[in-house]
Design a protein around this ligand. Structure first.
Ligand SMILES: Nc1ncnc2c1ncn2[C@@H]1O[C@H](COP(=O)(O)OP(=O)(O)O)[C@@H](O)[C@H]1O
Ligand SMILES: [Mg+2]
Length: 274
């Protein structure tokens, strides 16, 4: 059900990761093309964060490789923006300071930092909050700050770990659409990890379904919905078909864990598209 991209920007090959004796990811392989969004979906504990940490060069794989633009990842590579689930902002820095961080580290001249950070702050809708500290912001505003910080370095690769999971439903819906809008202006290769099936379909060109413990690739699905995408994408027939397929797969996994064998088939049929 999938068309592999031509020139891979991110390549994950045979990635296996163990913590001590315990293998949490087994033989995971997939590619992300330049300007492609690949959603990664799977139940809690299947190794999604571990996968992203390997891609971002924060932890080494036990075996297998990650490469970005043809370079093997052995440490955090330049040009990779990371957005975490729990914001990961510096509490002692203002919104401005947080967004400016990557540019400051790179030694970008102060005036250039000022103008770029200002632009980004407007882009993510935080005008007027430049001098606020994270504790003075709502969750949604903190996540906007995290997004602006990741975008500031003009990344060629973005990895996002359930960036909207801890937000209320309304803010999440809003930020999904804003992220899509921002991405349209400058499409980068993106891995978007989520446990929300709807979010995976809305964001992704393709979806990597992880399942099991250790987590492995169960399937890779072509979403097949055009861009630009807005909220109306969720009304399309194709959206429904892909979502129902994912639900079926996830249900199957859940049933395998919780129920004896024969219950599986019955439950899948019940959720099949009419
Ligand atoms: N640093 C670590 N040391 C030991 N075990 C870990 C570590 N990080 C994660 N794990 C375990 O690895 C498994 C996968 O975790 P994680 O990648 O966070 O999954 P997910 O993001 O899909 O919820 C979990 O069982 C978790 O407890
Ligand atoms: Mg996680």
């Amino acid at each position: 059900m999938t068309n592999p991209p031509a020139g891979a920007m991110i390549r994950v090959e045979g990635l296996t990761k163990a913590y001590g004796e315990r293998t949490v990811l087994a033989d995971v392989s997939f590619d992300v093309a330049a300007g492609e969004i690949v959603s990664v979906v799977g139940p809690s504990g299947c190794g999604k964060t571990t996968l992203l940490r390997c891609v971002a060069g924060l932890i080494p794989p036990s075996s297998g490789t990650v490469s970005i633009a043809g370079q093997r990842v052995t440490e955090p590579p330049e040009g990779v923006g990371v957005v975490f689930q729990h914001f990961g902002l510096f509490p002692w820095k203002t919104v401005f300071g947080n967004v400016a961080y990557g540019l400051t580290v790179k030694g970008v001249p102060r005036r250039e930092i000022e103008s770029r950070v200002r632009e980004l702050i407007v882009m993510v809708g935080l005008e007027g909050f430049e001098k606020s500290y994270p504790y003075q912001l709502s969750g949604g505003m903190q996540q906007r700050t995290g997004l602006a910080r990741a975008l500031a370095i003009e990344p060629s690769v973005l990895v996002m770990d359930e960036p909207f999971a801890s937000l209320d439903a309304q803010t999440r819906d809003l930020l999904q659409l804003e992220l899509l809008r921002i991405w349209e202006q400058r499409p980068t290769a993106m891995i978007f990890v989520t446990h929300s099936i709807d979010e995976a379909v809305l964001m992704g060109d393709r979806i990597v379904i992880l399942s099991g413990q250790p987590g492995h690739v169960h399937d890779i699905v072509d979403v097949g919905i055009g861009r630009p995408r807005g909220r109306e994408a969720t009304d399309s027939e194709r959206f429904r078909v892909v979502r129902d397929y994912l639900w079926t797969v996830v249900m199957q996994g859940a049933n395998r864990r919780n129920m004896p064998g024969s219950a599986i088939e019955t439950n899948i049929r019940a959720s099949d598209p009419p």
